[in-house]
Design a protein around this ligand. Structure first.
Ligand code: PSU
Ligand code: MN
Length: 304
């Protein structure tokens, strides 16, 4: 069976010329941000990757194919779609045979990136171990994907909607390198500090690239998580965001939100409660991650 991979003209050209490519996810577009900011942000992130000398490849499932890179019209349609499914590892094959439109989570984007021979992926935040996971068992498939698939994921840490200590413990159990970029603390998405020390710290894109190549050379499967702190000017301090997060969690509970709906519900609720301020910070940190992702992709191409 041939792989149902479809490359956009831009990505096909980059591949033909051996240029560095950065994968981008699409659940952040369909389930992570409201329209029209979702499409505007996706375009800005793609432009940022280009201006740093790499090619962006936004992943989505459409018409039974894995689209590696979207045209401007496709991106627009996805951003306005009301019925795009949220696709993780478990849903990928079923979505493709149905021909439905699917937006890829971190886990699914890693799988698609690896199939397309792309080793770097930039996003906002990853899924993790939810608070109360000891009874709900809600642990994102993003974590096990990091243990399995050789892609370096650049994120701004994880949101405080999650249990951060448990998320770090779980990543350690899975053997996933968690690398804070340029600081000792594991960043907490909107805030630069989580109060938790990251297991590893690196200060250059070259080191991060070398570590991924070494891991592959050693035959250790899986990728690495690069936790890149939000730029200082865009930060929302922990004291400000934590009460909002607590409120959103209470709302999720009283509305009986469960399973795949939890993360999108919390993101939307926090957006409402902060009157959009959470989104402004979110956009800045994704742009920042796009820059670092491009720098790592360029280094991997050099060092390979
Ligand atoms: N966290 C964010 N923004 C997001 C997501 C998570 O701060 O957009 C999305 C990503 O696509 C991630 C997914 O892979 O939610 C995780 O969902 P779950 O917790 O259901 O695995
Ligand atoms: Mn979940």
């Amino acid at each position: 069976m041939t792989l149902p991979l479809y490359f956009s003209p831009e990505v096909a050209e980059a591949r033909a010329n051996g240029q560095p490519i950065v994968a981008l996810e699409s659940t952040i577009i369909t389930h992570g941000m409201p329209f029209p900011q979702n499409v505007q942000t996706a375009r800005r992130v793609e432009a940022e990757v280009r201006s740093c000398g790499a090619t962006p490849a936004t992943m989505a499932l459409m018409g039974g194919r894995i689209h590696v890179g979207l045209t401007s019209d496709e991106l627009d349609a996805l951003g306005q779609s009301k019925d795009a499914a949220k696709i993780s590892r478990a849903d990928l094959a079923a979505c493709l045979i149905s021909g439905r439109t699917g937006a890829t989570t971190v886990a699914a984007t890693m799988i698609c990136a690896h199939l397309a021979d792309i080793s770097v992926f930039a996003t906002g935040g990853i899924g993790g171990v939810h608070r109360g996971a000891e009874s709900s068992f809600d642990i994102s498939a993003d974590l096990t994907e990091l243990a399995a698939t050789p892609v370096t994921v650049v994120a701004a840490g994880a949101k405080a909607i999650l249990d951060l200590p448990k998320t770090l413990e779980y990543l350690e159990t899975l053997g996933v390198p968690v690398i804070a970029f340029g600081q000792d603390d594991f960043p907490a998405f909107w805030s630069r500090q989580s109060g938790l020390r990251a297991p590893l710290r690196m200060d250059t894109a070259a080191e991060i690239a070398a570590a991924q190549l070494m891991r592959t050379a050693l035959g250790i499967p899986g990728g690495q998580l690069v936790a890149n702190p939000i730029p200082l000017h865009a930060e929302i301090r922990r004291e400000t965001i934590m009460p909002v997060v607590e409120q959103a969690l209470r709302d999720a509970q009283s509305n009986g939100v469960a399973a795949k709906a939890v993360t999108p519900f919390l993101l939307q609720r926090i957006f409402e409660l902060t009157k959009g301020a959470s989104l402004v910070a979110n956009v800045e940190l994704v742009l920042n991650n796009a820059r670092l992702g491009a720098a790592i992709a360029i280094e991997i191409a050099k060092q390979k």
